[in-house]
Ligand binder design. Structure first.
Ligand SMILES: [Zn+2]
Ligand SMILES: [Zn+2]
Length: 439
């Protein structure tokens, strides 16, 4: 059998200190982290010629890597050998009496098949076998002997889209996808109609992107931040979460480090918009994700998100925003106003009482980030309003007013949840409303 060294996994207890060595002192290029939620681990790959190093950071104390560090301290956790045919390799090892952790290969990240060989047969080293056409990245990350599979990641990789608007540079980012009930997404519109626009899966869910917006002007601003990585397997299953590529990858593609974000602006605090505002450290403590940023939230939305009722409770997770208050980085604003030159918030209500959209304007050009007022291009017709909306008649009024505006003066509409389209210009011919896609 031919086996090639793919990567070496290193369990780290103190990520900043590890980065100070590998990235800063050695000058290596550390890639944006990959989440493996099922393992509660974050993997930071470092290309070093052929094989890679993989820094493994526990995101919860009881996780595989957390336990490993607790028992043995930080250090080399596993080595990964890439083989051409993993089933054949396992059969051969088994025939020779080698003890296997996984008798059958199982899926790791990005569709690679993996299996672990027990350290008692490998002279004390945890050996992971991997079958994949790809080398280095996209490995099984930190799937450990007692772990499950990583994300399936079968969908095409999302991309960022850039637009220039006078002095503003706007980038539509991504934080992966989630799935929500199709009926809830279209309210009173019958499935016979909506299912031709958004195909439901076998659990009647439709696929939605999460597209936070990066705005670079006099300051660097992030509007919304997607789902983040604090949720568990059950949550990921219910909402069909796909985050093999997520906001960190998108920010890296856009050339912005999390520490460069000055302002994080919330359209509202639902978990698919505010989840990425905070992050859970290896110590289990939740902190702001963007260390230098002021987080701007509309006061009414904050009040609602901190005084929940039966109808909105499922949409808000306090861990996404309460730690901002505790960290002293929360800035509450009361009215429609300019947040930085060229960027103005406007309350739409409807979806939540204080849901706001964002107008972007510079050099005579205009764009609008409409958030959950018009979550996807399928929601452009007036009555296509989400069942989730708390005040659907207010959504209707706000949408009509917005559409009038967008038709009166050229406006690039940026969609937050459309699985395919990041932005486009609205056209209306008689009663027919269409979108001139830019992406
Ligand atoms: Zn929402
Ligand atoms: Zn949403």
């Amino acid at each position: 059998m031919k086996a090639v060294l793919d990567h070496i996994g290193i369990a780290v207890a103190d990520l900043p200190a590890a980065l100070a060595f590998y990235r800063d002192a050695l000058g290596l290029d550390v890639q944006p982290p990959e989440e493996v939620p099922s393992q509660r681990v974050r993997a930071h790959f470092i290309p070093v010629g052929g094989p890679s190093l993989e820094l493994l950071e526990a995101t919860a104390p009881g996780s595989v890597i957390g336990k490993y560090i607790e028992q043995r301290g930080p250090g080399v956790h596993h080595i990964t050998l890439r083989v051409e045919d993993i089933r054949a390799a396992l059969a051969k090892l088994k025939a020779r009496g080698v003890r296997l952790v996984d008798e059958e290969p199982r899926p790791g990240a990005e569709g690679a098949l993996i299996a672990f060989v027990h350290p008692s047969s490998t002279h004390g080293v945890l050996v992971e076998l991997k079958e994949s056409g790809r080398s280095g990245h996209g490995s099984s990350a930190a799937s450990g002997p007692d772990g499950g599979a990583g994300p399936a990641g079968s969908s095409p990789a999302p991309r960022i889209s850039r637009f220039t608007l006078g002095d503003l540079e706007i980038t539509s980012l991504y934080d992966g996808f989630l799935r929500l009930d199709g009926g809830s997404m279209f309210g009173v519109v019958p499935k016979t109609l909506w299912s031709s626009k958004a195909e439901p899966d076998d659990r009647n869910r439709i696929r939605l992107a999460m597209r936070p917006l990066l705005v670079r002007g006099v300051r660097t601003m992030l509007i919304d931040a997607g789902l983040g990585d604090k949720e568990n397997d059950k949550f990921h299953d219910i909402y069909g979460v796909e985050r093999a590529r997520h906001l960190d990858h998108a920010l890296a593609e856009a050339g912005v480090a999390p520490s460069e974000i000055d302002i994080v602006l919330a359209t509202h605090l639902h978990f698919d918009h505010a989840g990425g505002f905070t992050v859970r450290g290896a110590d289990g403590v939740i902190r702001p994700r963007f260390p230098r940023a002021a987080y701007v939230v509309r006061r009414g939305e904050w009040e609602d998100a901190t005084h929940l009722h039966e109808r909105n409770r499922a949409s808000y997770l306090a861990d996404n925003y309460v730690p901002l208050l505790q960290a002293g980085v929360l800035m509450l604003v009361d009215d429609d106003q300019v947040i930085m030159p060229g960027v103005k918030v406007q309350r739409t209500g409807g979806h939540t009482m204080h849901h706001q959209m964002v107008w972007l304007e510079s050099g005579g050009k205009r764009a609008a980030y409409v958030a959950d007022l018009i979550p996807t291009t399928a929601h452009l017709p007036d009555p296509w309003i989400m069942g989730f909306d708390l005040y659907p008649m207010d959504t209707l009024a706000a949408k009509k007013a917005f559409v009038r505006e967008a038709l009166a003066r050229e406006t690039l509409i940026l969609f937050e949840h459309d699985p395919v389209v990041a932005a486009g210009y609205l056209m209306q011919d008689g009663g027919k409303r269409t979108l001139n896609q830019t992406t």
